[in-house]
Design a protein around this ligand. Structure first.
Ligand code: 7FY
Ligand code: CA
Ligand code: ZN
Length: 164
């Protein structure tokens, strides 16, 4: 049940770039968590995601703390807000930032990067929050089993209402 859906991307082939890496995890594990977080959505839409290593990508991904660069939003230190993502569009549109003051992990400890990334990418693709507590787009972090398929029917309905 979505209150509103933002306009989505007007193209299906999107690029992404991991601008910097968290020291909490091995680079290859960050690459995998991000790629899996994107594949959750490409698996149910015609969207494709291509990783680039320099230049400007549609979805620029970075680990930041507190006030950072020209980003209009800021982070709050450990816990609290874990990340933020901007809805589809030029410039900041689609960009996704993770709060470096969190302990990022690939398993159940700290905050699972894959799960938070999948949630944030939902926003980067135009989804708002869902009030379905089993949904990936639910506003509160639920430590879902990262090996279990994280999308609920509500998420699929939402994303397919934009890119169906
Ligand atoms: O726009 C916002 C504003 C605040 C947010 N809070 S958060 O960063 O602590 C957050 C909350 C829930 C999740 C989440 C929800 C369900 C499954 C996995 C992660 C991820 C991040 C997340 C967010 O995307
Ligand atoms: Ca935080
Ligand atoms: Zn930011």
């Amino acid at each position: 049940q979505y209150g509103y859906t933002l306009p989505g991307w007007r193209k299906y082939n999107l690029t992404y770039r991991i601008v910097n890496y968290t020291p909490d995890m091995a680079r290859v594990d960050v690459d995998k968590a991000i790629q899996n977080g994107l594949e959750v959505w490409s698996g149910v839409t015609p969207l494709t995601f291509t990783k680039i290593s320099k230049g400007i990508a549609d979805i620029m991904i970075a680990f930041r703390t507190r006030v950072h660069g020209w980003c209009p939003r800021y982070f709050d230190g450990p816990l609290g807000v874990l990340g933020h993502a901007f809805p589809p569009g030029l410039g900041l549109g689609g960009d996704t930032h993770f709060d470096e003051d969190e302990n990022w992990t690939k398993d159940g400890a700290g905050f699972n990067l894959f799960l938070v990334a999948a949630h944030e990418f939902g926003h980067a693709l135009g989804l708002s929050h869902s009030n379905d507590q089993t949904a990936l787009m639910f506003p509160n972090y639920v430590s879902l089993d990262p090996n279990k398929y994280p999308l609920s029917q509500d998420d699929i309905n939402g994303i397919q209402s934009i890119y169906g």
